[in-house]
Design a protein around this ligand. Structure first.
Ligand SMILES: Nc1nc2c(c(=O)[nH]1)N[C@H]1C(S)=C(S)[C@@H](COP(=O)(O)O)O[C@H]1N2
Ligand SMILES: [Mo]
Length: 265
């Protein structure tokens, strides 16, 4: 399926921006990002209110009502990469094909799926839960055919299935007021941080299947990976070993190498 102009313009603009970034120091990059996030009084106001406060507001169709209410607040949340009431486009399964393999950091070793465990940690590093794949399979299964986009400038319509992170996180409700979730491979070879708004979005899945219900293979992140149409591929960590709830911007493999931390679409 041909790329729309809109997409390819956006990708090439993004690619150009990314090319320019590594020449800046990390410190400069962080100052710049902070400035761009904090444009406009609305953003500053919402920042002061904070995600934690937003989460305590009445929920309208599972989305805190305040997020629907004001254009200003929506503007602010744009720094998370999307409007919270916005669903990314989905496609017919007939348009889907198995995603090409890209990126092998942290997944090069063999993996015994039966031995694999997902550790959940609080911000002080304490383990607050350990899960096997059956725990994820016990949650409602969602399948989505979405467009996967890579910062390298390609995209592909593909299908994922798994549990919504938001469903998984219900058992950690005391943690979801934090600002970020850190995802790390078991060997710590690859790591990515995501803002809580993205993680709690209904299209953000802890995926264990691809295409028509096939289990993920190792190259695609068996036994569990992140899948979301809201972020570039760099955030969709394959072979998740741990999930940490934190208020500190997590270490992020590609942000450390000059890419935009939010990597939103
Ligand atoms: N562990 C791990 N996850 C990763 C990567 C990686 O190198 N290691 N690369 C990312 C990138 S850049 C992309 S585009 C997608 C590609 O997913 P796929 O190989 O299943 O197509 O995985 C993402 N997740
Ligand atoms: Mo990518």
């Amino acid at each position: 399926m041909p790329e729309s102009h809109d997409d390819s313009d956006r990708s090439s603009r993004y690619a150009a921006e990314v090319d320019a970034l590594p020449t800046r120091s990390i410190g400069e990059h962080q100052r710049r990002s902070r400035r761009s996030v904090l444009t406009g009084g609305a953003a500053i106001a919402a920042g002061a209110l904070g995600w934690r406060w937003i989460q305590t507001q009445p929920v309208d169709d599972r989305i805190p009502a305040v997020l629907r209410a004001g254009h200003g607040v929506n503007e602010a949340i744009w720094s998370a990469g999307f409007r919270p009431d916005h669903l990314a486009p989905t496609y017919d399964f007939s348009q889907s094909s198995p995603l090409r393999v890209n990126g092998r950091h942290g997944i090069e070793s063999e993996i015994d799926v039966d031995q694999w465990r997902l550790d959940v940690r609080s911000s002080d590093g304490a383990t607050i839960g350990t899960h096997q794949l059956d725990d994820l399979r016990a949650l409602p299964r969602h399948q989505m055919t979405i467009k996967h986009k890579c910062v390298e400038g390609w995209s592909q319509i593909t299908t994922w299935a798994g549990a919504r992170f938001s469903d998984f996180a219900e058992q950690y409700a005391d943690q979801t007021g934090h600002r970020y979730v850190a995802l790390v491979t078991p060997d710590r070879g690859y790591y990515a941080g995501l803002d809580m708004a993205t993680m709690m979005h209904p299209q953000t899945l802890l995926a264990y299947e691809m295409e028509d219900g096939q289990p993920l293979d190792r190259q695609h992140g068996a036994p569990l990976r992140l899948a979301t149409p809201l972020k570039y591929g760099i955030k969709q960590l394959k072979r998740i070993g741990s999930i940490t709830f934190t208020d500190t911007e997590p270490d992020d493999y590609w942000a450390e190498r000059g890419y935009d931390f939010y990597a939103g679409l």
